[in-house]
Design a protein around this ligand. Structure first.
Ligand SMILES: Nc1ncnc2c1ncn2[C@@H]1O[C@H](COP(=O)(O)OP(=O)(O)OP(=O)(O)O)[C@@H](O)[C@H]1O
Length: 214
């Protein structure tokens, strides 16, 4: 099995409401996989399963060959953008990333600054995050997701609510991450984004995942 992320008949329900049914997926290392689906179809739940934020009810889920489930909390080395991280408004971007980096303590100042540079944010900018634009916040969220140089990236709606310029900037950042060999799972409500960036696209419909193209 060469898949870096592997789901075999994974199911998930909340309070008896089935969200995912027998989901099978094999994501090869270094590829980008896109998921499309209506609002509430379970895209975020699927991503949270892969990140270990929620546990599957049934089936088998492995990341780099290691099973995730009740006994194992978080897979190692996975960068995550799911919803907007809870940044501290009164801190600058740099201060926020320092704070978040301190939680795991695996990177230092240089890696934080490199991540900010990659997304086009000035580490010396004294602006507090409460005064950041939506695009700056999204870039900071991506910097947070990539700063530990994780080789798997989970990007839930990375293009949400962006102006055209920032949208293109973030597209370019994703292309650079792809060129670096990252394995990426992403969603977007704009199918064109996925078409241009993804090696494979899947649809989530009534809890079932099906391959769409390529
Ligand atoms: N922790 C939870 N407890 C109960 N229900 C949940 C929980 N998380 C998700 N759900 C439900 O699971 C379903 C799928 O939600 P999810 O957030 O994965 O949808 P989505 O496809 O990401 O939607 P969107 O495109 O709107 O972001 C929804 O009905 C949601 O209410």
């Amino acid at each position: 099995m060469s898949a870096i992320i592997y789901l075999d008949r994974v199911s998930k329900s909340f309070s008896g409401h089935r969200v995912l049914t027998d989901v099978c997926l094999a994501v090869e290392g270094g590829t980008t996989v896109g998921i499309v689906g209506a609002n509430g179809s379970g895209k975020s739940v699927l991503f949270k399963l892969v990140c270990g934020f929620v546990s599957p009810d049934g089936g088998r889920l492995t990341v780099r060959g290691k099973p995730l489930g009740k006994d194992r909390d978080f897979p190692e080395n996975v960068g995550v953008l799911i919803n907007e991280p809870g940044f501290i408004g009164l801190y600058t971007g740099l201060q926020n990333l320092r704070y978040l980096a301190g939680i795991r303590g695996v990177i230092g100042e240089q890696e934080i600054r490199t991540a900010m540079q990659k997304v086009g944010l000035d580490a010396e900018n004294p602006t507090k995050v409460e005064h950041y634009s939506q695009g700056m916040k999204q870039k900071l969220a991506i910097a947070q997701a990539i700063m530990e140089n994780q080789d798997i990236l989970i990007l839930d709606e990375p293009f949400n609510a962006l102006d055209y310029k920032t949208y293109n900037d973030i597209k370019e950042i994703i292309r650079i991450l792809q060129a670096e060999g990252k394995t990426i799972m992403m969603t977007s409500h704009n199918f064109e984004d996925l078409e241009t960036l993804c090696d494979k696209i899947y649809t989530l419909d009534e809890g079932r995942l099906n391959i769409l193209t390529k």
